[in-house]
Design a protein. Structure first.
Length: 418
């Protein structure tokens, strides 16, 4: 009890210092010695300054001790997003095997209901088959050389010394492994696109640190004239749509497919394989081609964003993770549908995956933390995500083919009742 007056005095002192301009909000953690107390003072300061109440923002289970400096700076609380669940989703993958209830955090009415309808159709049709074709996180430094001759010489030197470079990587990470180097030269500029295995981590921080160390190694050991311009030369490519990620992959290159039975489509979605197939080729293929879209899908980003928010992924990487190809074929009386995600960037350790609610969402899927072997949980998670996207694509095509999309959004997204 004796600590209460002391804490109140420190809070009052901090508020006076903020109001006088002698202290900035970014220095509160050091000034108060406690990130949770600093969050409180920031909140009180803003409430007073702008005459607002931040009581809902204050309501959080997050302990900012450990989070500050790792996941956030200058915290004042947390933002809550409604969390729903879809399932059971039957997945038949190399890593994800069985039925799953998938958490989705979103503010878009009808999204969870729609994905759930697609999941029902897929599960009743013997489930989704999934496969990860490629696993590698890339970081591409940009190196200046005086000429194309020198750029080519440096590219060859990097290839010749790849075993040494792999040992350098192991000096800075026990989980990262340099798999290959993809060299790209434009004029006198060289981008060595470094590709890493990153275990169960999405791995962006890991590969950035490793790439920085490799740049230092090159600087100290390559004899020719050169200069590392930046550790990231945008040929990686991170948080931007790009052709290189669509073609070569980044993160997990994963495919989910299913053969949806005609009677299931009729009963669950009130449509036919022919109608869904025509909607796909006219909308996702022709429509996106006319628009100049870099990928050909209906709304993969919707599902990926909702799962990312729920499970503590890097939400900015929805940009490249949602580049997807939705493909359909008529298979006798039934519908074949697949979704290909060439750049799905997910992890089950690191980033926001250790936060309390996000950790629980990953536990619900059976993928929290590291796998029994490094990388297995992240691969399993990637397969689950791809199957969930498949369900979302199926439902969107079916609902548009039958004219139900606007009605569903009017009923669920706007809170209206039929």
């Amino acid at each position: 009890m004796s600590e209460v007056p002391e804490i109140e005095n420190k809070v009052s002192e901090a508020l006076r210092a903020l109001n006088s301009g002698k202290l900035s909000i970014s220095k509160l953690d050091d000034f108060l010695g406690n990130p949770n107390l600093a969050a409180l003072v920031r909140r009180l300061y803003l409430e007073s300054k702008y005459n607002v109440k931040l009581s809902s923002i204050a309501s959080t289970v997050i302990d900012f001790v450990g989070v500050v400096g790792r996941n956030i700076e200058n915290p004042i609380g947390a933002v809550q997003v409604p969390l729903g669940v879809v399932g059971p989703l039957l997945v038949k993958g190399d890593y994800a095997k069985g039925e799953f209830f998938v958490p989705m955090a979103t503010t878009e009415g009808a999204l969870v209901a729609g994905v759930n309808r697609g999941i029902k159709a897929i599960t009743l049709s013997d489930g989704a088959r999934t496969k990860v074709l490629y696993d590698g996180m890339a970081r591409a430094p940009l190196i200046w050389t005086p000429s194309v001759v020198e750029a080519q010489r440096l590219a060859s030197w990097i290839k010749e010394n790849i075993e040494t470079l792999r040992k350098v990587v192991k000096e800075v990470t026990s989980h990262g492994e340099l798999v290959e180097v993809q060299n790209f030269i434009v004029g006198n500029m060289l981008w060595p696109r470094l590709v890493f295995k990153t275990g169960d981590a999405m791995g962006m921080n890991m590969v950035t640190i490793a790439a920085d160390r490799l740049c230092s190694f090159i600087d100290n050991n390559y004899p020719g004239p050169h200069r590392c311009i930046t550790v990231s030369g945008n040929l990686c490519t991170d948080k931007k749509p790009s052709s290189i990620n669509r073609l070569l992959g980044r993160g997990k290159y994963v495919i989910a497919e299913a053969v949806v039975k005609r009677d299931v489509l009729s009963k669950v979605m009130r449509t036919t394989p022919e109608e869904v197939h025509y909607a796909n080729i006219s909308k996702n293929l022709l429509g996106n081609a006319v628009a100049g879209s870099p990928s050909f899908n209906g709304h993969a980003a919707n599902i990926i964003a909702a799962v990312f928010i729920a499970t503590g992924q890097d939400v900015a990487q929805v940009v490249e993770s949602s580049m997807a190809y939705t493909w359909t074929e008529l298979r006798g009386e039934d519908l074949y549908i697949s979704v290909t995600l060439p750049s799905l960037e997910v992890g089950t350790v690191g980033g926001g995956t250790w936060l309390p609610t996000q950790r629980e969402a990953l536990e619900l899927l059976g993928v929290a933390g590291g796998g029994s072997e490094p990388g297995l949980n992240a691969l399993k998670f990637a397969e689950i995500v791809s199957a969930t996207v498949l369900a979302g694509e199926l439902n969107l095509l079916a609902s548009q083919a039958t004219g139900e999309l606007a009605k569903a959004h009017e009923r669920l997204g706007r809170g209206k009742k039929t």
